[in-house]
Design a protein around this ligand. Structure first.
Ligand code: AKB
Length: 341
């Protein structure tokens, strides 16, 4: 019985899965196999060739997927984000690390059975960085991939370690075995900044204040921002994040000089975001009520990232700076989304 060729997307119902599946379906070149612990909303499920509900930690489920489908690319998006992970760090480790290990194993076995490399696209995060204090954060400016790799969150530790796991599977797997050796996992990772989507809200992250502020104000609801007004982080509009994943997937292997790339787009303070949101939705009321513990996490993340390698190696160019992100993508779509019937 022939297996169906597909691109596997884990965490398919999450923010990034949502954007990615719609874009892959629009491109029309890939059949998507969606995997999530919960069912997908009907509009999203319709855009997939197949949907499976289940836990990435279920090894039998992954084996069944391999018996049914021919998986040429894996977008492994499933993860517990930084705030949620701090409440249940051991569970986060299981999902984020053990889950990734299982998916890498799936990719390796699939590459061996197909006789060709399987691309493994891994969204890492700026949470892998850990600056010791605000003075260091301000002095560091745009942080390059190899600096300040001392994360203070479980999520950041998980992402950093999974980058290493990916490199191990791609280059050193079973290096002492008589037979075998690196077996065709083409691992490619992007360290994303905070992401803002007009269509979905994140849950469980620490950069969530920006999208939460926007979506609350658009509905005329008050919002108390959990970081200080002067807090600065890199952000990106969701379409550029999806574009980056697809561009890295398509990039010829010879042009890649590293397995892990920073990407960034704009780096506003929380106060600057609030001003843009207030100007667009005067009915929403935004206040600042910093939570010292979440603030400390955000203060350990860089103000901005140096993405020169992504720009050089695979032509990364975000289409949206802060003005275009709000003016052309976020505000028109968010207005439409919350407009009355
Ligand atoms: C989070 O806040 O946990 C994520 C991230 C920075 O990766 N948005």
């Amino acid at each position: 019985m022939a297996r169906k060729p597909v691109v596997l997307v884990t965490g398919a119902g999450g923010e990034m899965g949502h954007g990615l599946i719609h874009r892959l379906a629009d491109l029309g070149a890939f059949d998507v196999l969606a995997l999530d612990v919960r069912g997908l909303e009907p509009g999203l499920a319709r855009r997939c060739a197949a949907v499976r509900i289940g836990d990435i930690l279920d090894r039998h489920l992954l084996d069944r997927l391999r018996s049914e489908f021919e998986i040429s690319v894996v977008f492994h998006l499933a993860a517990l984000l930084s705030t949620r992970a701090e409440f249940i760090p051991e569970t986060a480790h299981e999902v984020n690390v053990q889950g990734t290990l299982g998916l890498l194993r799936l990719a390796l076995e699939e590459a061996r059975s197909l006789g060709q490399p399987v691309k493994f696209l891994f969204p890492s995060s700026m949470a892998v960085y850990g600056l010791p204090d605000l003075a260091a954060k301000r002095a560091a400016g745009r942080v390059a991939e190899d600096r300040w790799l001392d994360p203070i969150t479980m999520y950041g530790c998980n992402k950093l370690y999974c980058e290493h796991l990916g490199r191990y599977f791609a280059r050193h797997y079973r290096q002492l075995a008589a037979q075998g050796g690196p077996g065709g996992v083409d691992f490619r990772a992007i360290r994303f900044p905070g992401l803002i989507s007009a269509f979905t809200l994140p849950s469980g992250g620490t950069s969530d204040y920006a999208p939460e502020m926007l979506h609350a104000a658009a509905q005329g609801r008050p919002y108390a921002c959990f970081v200080r007004e002067d807090t600065r982080l890199p952000f990106m509009a969701m379409p550029d994040a999806i574009g980056a994943l697809l561009a890295l997937m398509e990039a010829p292997g010879e042009s890649l000089t590293t397995l892990v790339y920073n990407v960034g787009a704009f780096s506003p303070s929380a106060g600057e975001i609030a001003d843009l949101v207030r100007a667009a939705f005067p009915a929403g009321h935004i206040a600042f009520a910093p939570d010292p513990r979440r603030q400390a996490i955000v203060d350990s993340w860089p103000e901005d990232v140096d993405d020169a390698r992504a720009r050089r190696d695979w032509g990364f160019r975000p289409a949206h700076d802060l003005g275009r992100a709000f003016g052309e993508y976020l505000l028109p779509n968010v207005r439409r989304r919350y407009a009355g019937p």
